[in-house]
Design a protein around this ligand. Structure first.
Ligand code: CUA
Length: 326
Protein backbone atom coordinates (compact mmCIF):
# COMPACT_ATOMS: atom_id res chain seq x y z
CA UNK A 1 0.00 0.00 0.00
CA UNK A 2 2.55 2.57 1.11
CA UNK A 3 5.13 1.97 -1.58
CA UNK A 4 7.90 4.42 -0.47
CA UNK A 5 7.80 2.94 3.04
CA UNK A 6 7.87 -0.64 1.79
CA UNK A 7 10.60 0.17 -0.68
CA UNK A 8 12.76 1.68 2.06
CA UNK A 9 12.38 -1.30 4.43
CA UNK A 10 15.36 -3.16 2.98
CA UNK A 11 17.46 -0.02 3.53
CA UNK A 12 16.39 0.08 7.19
CA UNK A 13 17.15 -3.62 7.50
CA UNK A 14 20.65 -3.03 6.11
CA UNK A 15 21.24 -0.02 8.39
CA UNK A 16 20.13 -1.99 11.47
CA UNK A 17 23.27 -4.07 10.86
CA UNK A 18 25.34 -0.93 11.47
CA UNK A 19 24.75 -0.96 15.24
CA UNK A 20 26.58 -3.30 17.59
CA UNK A 21 29.97 -4.08 19.03
CA UNK A 22 31.67 -4.95 15.74
CA UNK A 23 30.50 -2.07 13.59
CA UNK A 24 32.58 0.73 12.11
CA UNK A 25 29.45 2.92 12.17
CA UNK A 26 28.90 2.49 15.91
CA UNK A 27 31.99 4.29 17.27
CA UNK A 28 33.36 3.79 20.79
CA UNK A 29 36.35 6.10 20.40
CA UNK A 30 37.84 9.16 18.71
CA UNK A 31 39.40 7.32 15.79
CA UNK A 32 36.24 5.41 14.90
CA UNK A 33 34.18 8.61 15.23
CA UNK A 34 36.58 10.29 12.80
CA UNK A 35 36.12 7.41 10.36
CA UNK A 36 32.32 7.76 10.60
CA UNK A 37 32.68 11.50 9.86
CA UNK A 38 34.99 10.72 6.94
CA UNK A 39 32.50 8.16 5.63
CA UNK A 40 29.55 10.56 5.94
CA UNK A 41 31.35 13.49 4.28
CA UNK A 42 32.64 11.27 1.44
CA UNK A 43 29.14 9.86 0.97
CA UNK A 44 27.68 13.39 0.93
CA UNK A 45 30.32 14.50 -1.60
CA UNK A 46 29.59 11.49 -3.80
CA UNK A 47 25.84 12.23 -3.72
CA UNK A 48 26.51 15.88 -4.70
CA UNK A 49 28.69 14.75 -7.57
CA UNK A 50 26.07 12.24 -8.69
CA UNK A 51 23.43 14.99 -8.72
CA UNK A 52 25.75 17.31 -10.70
CA UNK A 53 26.37 14.64 -13.33
CA UNK A 54 22.63 13.98 -13.60
CA UNK A 55 21.90 17.70 -14.12
CA UNK A 56 24.54 17.74 -16.83
CA UNK A 57 22.95 14.74 -18.50
CA UNK A 58 19.52 16.38 -18.25
CA UNK A 59 20.72 19.57 -19.99
CA UNK A 60 22.63 17.68 -22.67
CA UNK A 61 19.52 15.64 -23.46
CA UNK A 62 17.48 18.85 -23.78
CA UNK A 63 20.09 20.43 -26.06
CA UNK A 64 20.18 17.40 -28.30
CA UNK A 65 16.38 17.50 -28.51
CA UNK A 66 16.62 21.16 -29.57
CA UNK A 67 14.81 22.42 -26.44
CA UNK A 68 17.81 24.47 -25.23
CA UNK A 69 20.19 26.68 -27.22
CA UNK A 70 23.58 25.06 -27.93
CA UNK A 71 25.47 28.20 -26.84
CA UNK A 72 25.26 26.95 -23.18
CA UNK A 73 27.24 23.80 -24.06
CA UNK A 74 30.71 25.27 -23.37
CA UNK A 75 29.67 26.62 -19.98
CA UNK A 76 28.13 23.26 -19.06
CA UNK A 77 31.36 21.46 -19.89
CA UNK A 78 33.58 23.97 -18.05
CA UNK A 79 31.45 24.19 -14.91
CA UNK A 80 29.67 20.85 -14.69
CA UNK A 81 32.30 18.68 -16.31
CA UNK A 82 35.57 20.22 -15.04
CA UNK A 83 35.28 22.94 -12.39
CA UNK A 84 32.71 21.46 -9.98
CA UNK A 85 34.08 17.87 -9.96
CA UNK A 86 37.70 19.10 -9.63
CA UNK A 87 36.91 21.45 -6.74
CA UNK A 88 34.67 18.93 -4.98
CA UNK A 89 37.02 15.96 -5.31
CA UNK A 90 40.04 18.17 -4.51
CA UNK A 91 38.35 19.45 -1.34
CA UNK A 92 37.39 15.92 -0.26
CA UNK A 93 40.93 14.68 -0.89
CA UNK A 94 42.73 17.45 0.98
CA UNK A 95 40.33 17.23 3.95
CA UNK A 96 40.65 13.44 4.00
CA UNK A 97 44.47 13.67 3.99
CA UNK A 98 44.43 16.35 6.68
CA UNK A 99 42.78 14.06 9.24
CA UNK A 100 45.12 11.13 8.56
CA UNK A 101 48.02 12.03 10.93
CA UNK A 102 45.70 11.69 13.95
CA UNK A 103 45.53 7.95 13.35
CA UNK A 104 49.28 7.64 13.79
CA UNK A 105 50.12 9.81 16.80
CA UNK A 106 51.93 8.30 19.78
CA UNK A 107 50.15 7.10 22.89
CA UNK A 108 49.71 8.73 26.32
CA UNK A 109 51.92 6.18 28.09
CA UNK A 110 50.71 2.62 27.63
CA UNK A 111 52.06 0.67 24.67
CA UNK A 112 50.59 -2.62 23.52
CA UNK A 113 52.51 -5.13 21.44
CA UNK A 114 50.27 -7.51 19.59
CA UNK A 115 51.55 -10.41 17.51
CA UNK A 116 49.21 -12.36 15.24
CA UNK A 117 49.78 -16.10 15.62
CA UNK A 118 48.09 -19.10 13.92
CA UNK A 119 45.16 -18.36 14.75
CA UNK A 120 45.25 -16.33 17.93
CA UNK A 121 46.65 -13.08 19.36
CA UNK A 122 49.70 -12.67 21.59
CA UNK A 123 49.35 -9.51 23.68
CA UNK A 124 51.93 -7.62 25.78
CA UNK A 125 51.13 -4.60 27.95
CA UNK A 126 54.06 -2.20 28.36
CA UNK A 127 53.15 0.57 30.83
CA UNK A 128 55.36 3.66 30.53
CA UNK A 129 58.88 2.93 31.79
CA UNK A 130 58.21 -0.81 32.30
CA UNK A 131 61.21 -3.12 31.88
CA UNK A 132 59.16 -6.25 31.30
CA UNK A 133 55.72 -6.66 29.80
CA UNK A 134 52.56 -8.10 31.29
CA UNK A 135 51.75 -10.98 28.98
CA UNK A 136 48.23 -12.00 27.99
CA UNK A 137 46.40 -13.38 24.97
CA UNK A 138 43.24 -13.14 22.89
CA UNK A 139 41.79 -10.16 24.70
CA UNK A 140 42.89 -6.53 24.72
CA UNK A 141 41.99 -4.04 27.43
CA UNK A 142 42.24 -0.28 27.01
CA UNK A 143 41.97 2.62 29.46
CA UNK A 144 39.13 4.91 28.34
CA UNK A 145 39.99 8.52 27.50
CA UNK A 146 43.66 7.81 26.80
CA UNK A 147 45.51 7.19 23.58
CA UNK A 148 47.17 3.76 23.51
CA UNK A 149 49.97 3.00 21.05
CA UNK A 150 49.92 -0.39 19.36
CA UNK A 151 52.98 -2.05 17.84
CA UNK A 152 51.91 -4.89 15.62
CA UNK A 153 53.61 -7.80 13.89
CA UNK A 154 52.93 -11.41 13.00
CA UNK A 155 54.46 -14.83 13.48
CA UNK A 156 54.26 -16.57 10.09
CA UNK A 157 51.54 -15.20 7.84
CA UNK A 158 50.11 -11.78 7.07
CA UNK A 159 47.12 -10.90 9.27
CA UNK A 160 45.25 -7.66 9.89
CA UNK A 161 44.27 -6.02 13.15
CA UNK A 162 40.82 -4.46 13.26
CA UNK A 163 38.45 -3.38 16.01
CA UNK A 164 35.81 -1.71 13.80
CA UNK A 165 34.13 0.17 16.68
CA UNK A 166 37.43 1.66 17.88
CA UNK A 167 39.31 2.65 14.74
CA UNK A 168 41.07 1.78 11.54
CA UNK A 169 42.56 -1.43 10.32
CA UNK A 170 46.30 -2.23 10.21
CA UNK A 171 48.10 -5.11 8.50
CA UNK A 172 50.43 -7.31 10.55
CA UNK A 173 53.53 -8.76 8.90
CA UNK A 174 56.16 -11.30 10.00
CA UNK A 175 59.46 -9.50 10.59
CA UNK A 176 58.13 -5.98 10.13
CA UNK A 177 56.47 -3.82 12.74
CA UNK A 178 53.46 -1.64 11.95
CA UNK A 179 51.92 1.02 14.18
CA UNK A 180 48.44 2.07 15.14
CA UNK A 181 47.12 4.20 17.96
CA UNK A 182 43.61 4.10 19.38
CA UNK A 183 41.81 6.47 21.74
CA UNK A 184 38.66 4.71 22.92
CA UNK A 185 36.44 6.82 25.16
CA UNK A 186 33.26 4.82 25.67
CA UNK A 187 33.73 1.97 28.20
CA UNK A 188 32.32 -1.31 26.99
CA UNK A 189 33.17 -4.55 25.24
CA UNK A 190 33.85 -4.47 21.53
CA UNK A 191 34.91 -7.14 19.12
CA UNK A 192 38.04 -7.36 17.02
CA UNK A 193 38.54 -9.66 14.08
CA UNK A 194 41.45 -10.60 11.84
CA UNK A 195 40.74 -8.75 8.61
CA UNK A 196 43.20 -10.36 6.20
CA UNK A 197 42.73 -13.88 4.89
CA UNK A 198 45.47 -15.86 6.66
CA UNK A 199 44.56 -19.51 6.33
CA UNK A 200 41.90 -22.10 7.10
CA UNK A 201 40.98 -20.58 10.47
CA UNK A 202 41.03 -16.91 9.45
CA UNK A 203 37.32 -16.53 10.26
CA UNK A 204 37.95 -18.05 13.71
CA UNK A 205 40.55 -15.45 14.70
CA UNK A 206 38.72 -12.87 16.79
CA UNK A 207 39.15 -11.22 20.18
CA UNK A 208 37.34 -9.07 22.70
CA UNK A 209 38.43 -5.47 23.22
CA UNK A 210 37.45 -4.23 26.66
CA UNK A 211 37.49 -0.47 27.30
CA UNK A 212 37.57 0.35 31.03
CA UNK A 213 37.49 3.59 33.07
CA UNK A 214 41.17 4.46 33.82
CA UNK A 215 41.06 3.59 37.57
CA UNK A 216 39.45 0.21 36.80
CA UNK A 217 42.02 -0.40 34.09
CA UNK A 218 44.92 0.36 36.46
CA UNK A 219 43.47 -2.04 39.04
CA UNK A 220 42.97 -4.70 36.36
CA UNK A 221 46.53 -4.26 35.07
CA UNK A 222 47.95 -4.59 38.59
CA UNK A 223 45.95 -7.83 39.03
CA UNK A 224 47.05 -9.07 35.60
CA UNK A 225 50.68 -8.72 36.65
CA UNK A 226 50.14 -11.16 39.56
CA UNK A 227 50.74 -14.90 39.43
CA UNK A 228 47.82 -17.25 38.86
CA UNK A 229 45.57 -18.16 41.81
CA UNK A 230 46.33 -21.61 43.26
CA UNK A 231 43.66 -24.28 42.58
CA UNK A 232 40.66 -23.76 44.88
CA UNK A 233 38.97 -27.17 44.69
CA UNK A 234 40.16 -30.82 44.70
CA UNK A 235 39.09 -31.14 41.05
CA UNK A 236 41.12 -28.05 40.11
CA UNK A 237 44.08 -29.43 42.10
CA UNK A 238 43.88 -32.70 40.09
CA UNK A 239 43.53 -30.61 36.93
CA UNK A 240 46.73 -28.74 37.72
CA UNK A 241 48.55 -32.07 38.18
CA UNK A 242 47.26 -33.24 34.79
CA UNK A 243 48.18 -29.94 33.12
CA UNK A 244 51.78 -30.36 34.23
CA UNK A 245 52.04 -34.16 33.69
CA UNK A 246 50.45 -34.10 30.21
CA UNK A 247 53.06 -31.61 29.03
CA UNK A 248 50.72 -28.63 28.54
CA UNK A 249 53.41 -26.43 30.12
CA UNK A 250 55.74 -27.06 27.17
CA UNK A 251 53.57 -24.70 25.09
CA UNK A 252 51.58 -22.68 27.64
CA UNK A 253 52.72 -20.51 30.52
CA UNK A 254 50.85 -20.15 33.79
CA UNK A 255 52.80 -17.72 35.97
CA UNK A 256 53.48 -19.09 39.44
CA UNK A 257 53.70 -22.70 38.19
CA UNK A 258 56.33 -24.77 36.38
CA UNK A 259 54.46 -24.16 33.11
CA UNK A 260 56.57 -21.65 31.18
CA UNK A 261 56.03 -22.50 27.48
CA UNK A 262 55.64 -19.62 25.09
CA UNK A 263 54.49 -21.39 21.92
CA UNK A 264 50.79 -21.09 22.72
CA UNK A 265 48.69 -18.48 24.52
CA UNK A 266 49.60 -17.50 28.09
CA UNK A 267 46.90 -18.96 30.37
CA UNK A 268 47.77 -17.21 33.67
CA UNK A 269 44.40 -15.43 33.99
CA UNK A 270 42.38 -17.42 31.46
CA UNK A 271 39.40 -17.65 33.83
CA UNK A 272 38.90 -13.88 33.84
CA UNK A 273 38.92 -13.53 30.05
CA UNK A 274 35.73 -13.06 28.08
CA UNK A 275 36.36 -15.75 25.51
CA UNK A 276 38.25 -18.93 24.70
CA UNK A 277 40.16 -19.99 21.55
CA UNK A 278 40.46 -16.41 20.20
CA UNK A 279 36.92 -15.10 20.51
CA UNK A 280 35.00 -18.17 19.36
CA UNK A 281 34.03 -20.00 22.60
CA UNK A 282 33.07 -19.18 26.17
CA UNK A 283 35.38 -19.59 29.14
CA UNK A 284 33.13 -22.22 30.73
CA UNK A 285 33.86 -25.78 31.80
CA UNK A 286 31.77 -27.38 28.99
CA UNK A 287 33.53 -25.26 26.33
CA UNK A 288 36.97 -25.89 27.87
CA UNK A 289 36.36 -29.67 27.81
CA UNK A 290 35.11 -29.47 24.24
CA UNK A 291 38.08 -27.38 23.11
CA UNK A 292 40.79 -29.53 24.75
CA UNK A 293 39.34 -32.74 23.27
CA UNK A 294 38.52 -31.41 19.77
CA UNK A 295 40.87 -28.50 19.01
CA UNK A 296 41.42 -29.30 15.34
CA UNK A 297 37.75 -30.07 14.61
CA UNK A 298 36.83 -26.68 16.04
CA UNK A 299 39.73 -24.69 14.57
CA UNK A 300 41.29 -26.31 11.46
CA UNK A 301 45.11 -26.53 11.42
CA UNK A 302 45.53 -25.00 14.87
CA UNK A 303 48.89 -25.94 16.42
CA UNK A 304 47.40 -27.45 19.56
CA UNK A 305 46.74 -31.20 19.17
CA UNK A 306 43.36 -32.56 20.28
CA UNK A 307 43.74 -34.31 23.65
CA UNK A 308 41.10 -36.87 22.68
CA UNK A 309 42.68 -39.70 24.66
CA UNK A 310 41.79 -38.03 27.97
CA UNK A 311 38.69 -39.48 29.62
CA UNK A 312 35.74 -37.37 30.81
CA UNK A 313 37.00 -37.16 34.40
CA UNK A 314 40.41 -35.91 33.31
CA UNK A 315 38.86 -33.34 30.94
CA UNK A 316 36.54 -32.11 33.71
CA UNK A 317 39.44 -31.72 36.16
CA UNK A 318 41.50 -29.80 33.57
CA UNK A 319 38.53 -27.58 32.76
CA UNK A 320 37.95 -26.90 36.47
CA UNK A 321 41.59 -25.86 36.89
CA UNK A 322 41.69 -23.63 33.81
CA UNK A 323 38.36 -21.94 34.54
CA UNK A 324 39.64 -21.11 38.03
CA UNK A 325 42.74 -19.28 36.73
CA UNK A 326 41.77 -15.73 37.66
CU1 CUA B 1 44.62 -13.90 10.86
CU2 CUA B 1 43.08 -13.73 9.09
Amino acid sequence: TNFPLRASLPAFAVLSGCAGRQSALSPGGQDAAQIVTLFSVMLGGAVLLWCAVNFLFFFVTRMRAGKMPLRYANRLIVFGGILVPTLLIGALLSWGLSIMPDQRSAGDGLTLRVRAEEWWWRVEYWPEGAEAPIIAANEIRFPAGERTALRLDANRYIHSFWIPSLGGKMDMFPGRETFLSLAPDLPGTYRGQCAEFCGPSHALMAFEAVVMPPEEFDAWLAAAAQDAMPPATPAAQRGKGLFLSEGCGACHAIRGTEATGDVGPDLTHLGSRHSLAAGIMEVSQPDLRDWIAHTRDIKPEVAMPAYDWLDDDALSDLAAYLEGLK
